[in-house]
Design a protein around this ligand. Structure first.
Ligand SMILES: Nc1ncnc2c1ncn2[C@@H]1O[C@H](COP(=O)(O)OP(=O)(O)OP(=O)(O)O)[C@@H](O)[C@H]1O
Length: 618
């Protein structure tokens, strides 16, 4: 198994210590994919943004021309009191209108940006959720999968919109530069050359740091996840009790702080380097500006330049330089953003061949005629050599009640997971009426086999929802909810709540009702019964119940599942003896099978466990 997993590694190596060199072509491909997604969602946004960018690109040169004319007109007025006041006032009005128009355009654009970002946030999150809920369960045993998942959390909308906005901003800056350069060229060609040369080092430095930041982000993910997990523990309601009782708070806080600072220090180190480079670049830009100013002064000495023209030339040089800086910065940012977008698509494409279970197309053979056959099943968890199940074989007849017993870690729950097709078996086979479960359509399989695991979910929703989630197709079937609630002992306590079945359980979402462990277990039982499957599997269904409730549940369970095949895992031998047959597991193997009487007569593993428990009651 290990060998196979090692071979798979390149597919998911992005989470490794040394991230792969990401090809330019791949980045481009993913960037184009993101543009197509945005285009599909927001054609109007894209067209408006392109239009606004063109207009915004022409505004600076227009404003420059107005400023130049205005200064010249005012200078005329100063020198000649009888000058044209109306021209100066009209130019002033034009200047006012332009700044008002720019403000309207900027704010409108911001609103449109936010709108498309929210739509993308919603739709991309949907895509992420679809992926996380459809991957094989085994992926949740691989930390690498969580690393991928955590990297695509949050702000997807702005990450997708940003490169397009930045691309259009580059176009806008291009128009600004083009118009300024034409103006500067009419003054002197050297101003054009100087403005262009200044941009090269900025572009290279920005690009270098964009890449470094992304690589650091990949490298930091595992530590960041540990820090988040630890801080979540410190704020979690369920963890609060143990953390206080075991005095874990300061240790966990230290652990969180350590992970936090290890990552933070790496980020600061990179930031220091970047700031240093930025200072160098600022010096270089200032130097280029001084050079340009020198040329302007020289021009004033040799040609006749008006005061308005002087100001306009200065502004055009500065404007060109800052627009070129802007373009370098924006293209570096697009490069950085394309790496993040690539992350998103890597997550969607994430696959681990070793863990992909075949999904069948056959319907569940209901009702079962010959039963369930588990034949020489061996299984190891992903990435582990040790088999948890070894050569397990037995059959269950239709309608039979089977109990699986065995010490902790003997593989009982794992066997159920394999039986449900949640994990593909390493070797051997599991079949229903002779049909391998690999060939059965997963959703049909889940429709007919109901399982309540030991670590069943406690949904912080209403009591009704907690039961009806057993069969989402019948979510609104309240009479059926009440029916199973009555038989599983839930009705008894839910009726006492002020809002009855609409009462929220737990206090996470609303000021609901807290339930005891046993009450939660009854809710889980009701959920299993609500589904009305052909096979019911209960993993320790009565562990949290008091003896009276336990007997009650088993009596009801027996009558409710009379025509069904049922398997229950239990550590209570008193419960196990009610089964038609008992399967005893030890170290991942089946060591005994038989009825209670047969196994007692065998006087081996089961008899010992039974005797040990009976001794306590004697
Ligand atoms: N997701 C997992 N990844 C790796 N190993 C696992 C995983 N789940 C369980 N195991 C291991 O498999 C073995 C069997 O576990 P399993 O939960 O099947 O035992 P069990 O008989 O149901 O135990 P218990 O009676 O305590 O519930 C244990 O050694 C456990 O550590």
């Amino acid at each position: 198994m290990r060998k196979r997993l090692k071979q798979q590694r390149p597919q998911s190596s992005i989470a490794g210590r040394r991230p792969p060199r990401t090809g330019e072509r791949m980045k481009m491909k993913h960037l184009l994919k993101s543009v197509r997604m945005v285009w599909k969602l927001g054609k109007a946004w894209l067209i408006t943004t392109i239009l606004f960018s063109i207009i915004a690109g022409l505004i600076p040169v227009t404003a420059l021309w107005i400023t130049k004319e205005l200064i010249n007109a005012v200078a005329n007025l100063i020198m000649d009191q009888a000058g044209d006041y109306r021209l100066a006032l009209s130019l002033l009005l034009l200047q006012f209108l332009i700044s008002l128009f720019s403000s309207v355009m900027t704010n409108w654009q911001e609103y449109l940006d936010r709108k498309i970002e929210l739509r993308l946030d919603h739709d991309l999150q949907q895509v992420i959720l679809a992926k996380t809920t459809s991957v094989p369960l085994a992926y949740f045993d691989i930390p690498d999968f969580y690393h991928h998942l955590s990297r695509v959390q949050g702000n997807q909308g702005s990450r997708f919109v940003s490169p397009i906005r930045n691309l259009l901003n580059i176009g806008k800056s291009g128009i600004v530069i083009g118009s300024f350069l034409i103006y500067l060229f009419t003054v002197h060609w050297s101003l054009v050359l100087l403005s262009l040369v200044a941009a090269v080092p900025i572009f290279l430095v920005q690009r270098k740091f964009g890449n470094s930041k992304f690589r650091l982000f990949l490298f930091q993910t595992p530590l960041a996840r540990e820090a988040n997990y630890t801080s979540h523990l410190l704020q979690d309601r369920n963890a609060a009790k143990e953390i206080r009782l075991f005095g874990l708070a300061s240790h966990l806080a230290k652990r969180w702080s350590d992970r936090f600072w290890r990552n933070a220090n790496q980020s600061l180190k990179l930031l220091r380097k970047q700031q240093l480079a930025d200072v160098g670049l600022d010096g270089l830009t200032a130097l280029f500006y001084v050079g340009s100013a020198g040329i302007i002064i020289w021009l004033i000495r040799t040609t006749s330049v008006k005061i308005g023209d002087f100001v306009a030339i200065g502004q055009a040089v500065q404007g060109t330089q800052s627009s070129i800086n802007q373009i370098s910065m924006l293209s570096a940012r697009i490069y950085e953003e394309s790496l993040y977008i690539q992350n998103f698509f890597h997550f969607l494409e994430y696959e681990n061949q070793a863990l992909i279970s075949e999904t069948g197309t056959q319907p569940f053979p209901a009702p079962l005629k010959t039963g369930i056959e588990i034949d020489a099943v061996t299984f190891s968890y992903p990435g582990q050599d040790r088999p948890v199940l070894q050569n397990v074989s037995f059959q269950i007849r239709p309608g039979e009640k089977v109990a699986i017993v065995g010490e902790n870690g003997s593989g009982k729950t794992t066997l159920v997971k394999c039986l449900m097709g949640l994990y593909p078996v390493t070797s051997g086979s599991i079949s229903l009426d002779g049909l391998n479960i690999k060939q059965i359509d997963k959703s049909d399989l889940y429709q007919h086999i109901t399982v309540i695991f030991q670590d069943y979910m406690r949904y912080s929703y209403s009591a009704h929802d907690n039961i009806a989630f057993g069969d989402i197709e019948r979510l609104d079937d309240h009479p059926h909810v009440q029916e199973v609630a009555a038989t599983s002992g839930v009705d008894e306590f839910v009726q006492k709540f002020p809002n009855g079945y609409n009462t929220y359980l737990g206090r996470f979402l609303q000021d609901g009702e807290d339930l005891s462990g046993g009450q939660w277990q009854k809710i889980a039982l009701a959920r299993a019964l609500f589904r009305d499957g052909d096979v019911i599997i209960l993993d320790e269904p009565t562990a949290a119940l008091d003896p009276h409730a336990e007997m009650e549940v088993f009596r009801q369970f027996e009558s409710l599942t009379r025509d069904k095949t049922s398997i229950f895992i239990s550590h209570r031998m008193s419960a196990a003896r009610m089964a038609d047959r008992i399967i005893v597991m030890k170290d991942g193997q089946v060591v005994e099978i038989g009825s209670h009487e047969e196994l007692i007569a065998l006087n081996a593993e089961y008899a010992q466990m039974y005797g040990a428990q009976a001794k306590w009651y004697a």
